[in-house]
Design a protein. Structure first.
Length: 182
């Protein structure tokens, strides 16, 4: 059974707005490792559209720092699944998923392979409600912003976690990986 790993960047006060993190080479290398570990990426519509806009190749020369290019190539090439009720079609090496979320994701997880990787806010909330996330990685940035979306707002049940690893980055960000207890 393929595990489902969730990763998200947050500020110290819990904001998970992608525009307020502190991007650097170390964080992008960590993200590359997560993506390379996975057989496929799992996105909700909003995250899919945001990532496609930012990372689909080709990109204009000089549009971003050279150290971001390995991440761009890695995410561009990876197989993607998109959960959406509103999209009619997807491309960018993606397949649209419809139907019952629990059944659909359990089927994907039951297929052979290393694992699945997801990010975002709304889809992971639904996946956590269903008990489908096997690993949680939270990358905490040393910044307080005082606004923005937070993780798992509205979660109906506690999810007790066990810390299994942590990595400190030069920026002061810390990636902490957890698995559900029991």
């Amino acid at each position: 059974m393929r595990p489902l790993r969730y990763s998200i960047n947050v500020t110290l006060d819990g904001c998970c707005d992608h525009r307020v993190g502190i991007p650097d080479e170390d964080l992008h290398r960590n993200a590359i490792e997560n993506i390379e570990w996975a057989d496929a990426l799992l996105f909700g519509r909003v995250t899919y559209e945001m990532m496609e806009e930012a990372w689909r190749w080709p990109v204009p020369a000089g549009a971003r720092p050279d150290w971001m290019e390995p991440f761009g190539r890695t995410i561009d090439a990876k197989k993607k699944y998109v959960v959406s009720r509103t999209l009619d079609r997807v491309d960018w090496n993606a397949e649209l998923l419809r139907g019952d979320l629990d059944t659909t994701i359990r089927q994907l997880k039951s297929e052979p392979g290393r694992g699945l990787f997801t990010g975002g806010v709304t889809l992971p909330l639904a996946l956590a409600e269903l008990g489908l996330i096997d690993e949680y990685e939270v990358v905490v940035h040393p910044r307080i912003v005082g606004h923005g979306p937070t993780l798992f707002a509205g979660l109906s049940q506690l999810v007790d976690l066990k810390l299994v690893s942590q990595v400190k980055f030069g920026s002061g960000a810390v990636a902490m990986r957890y698995v559900p207890k029991g």
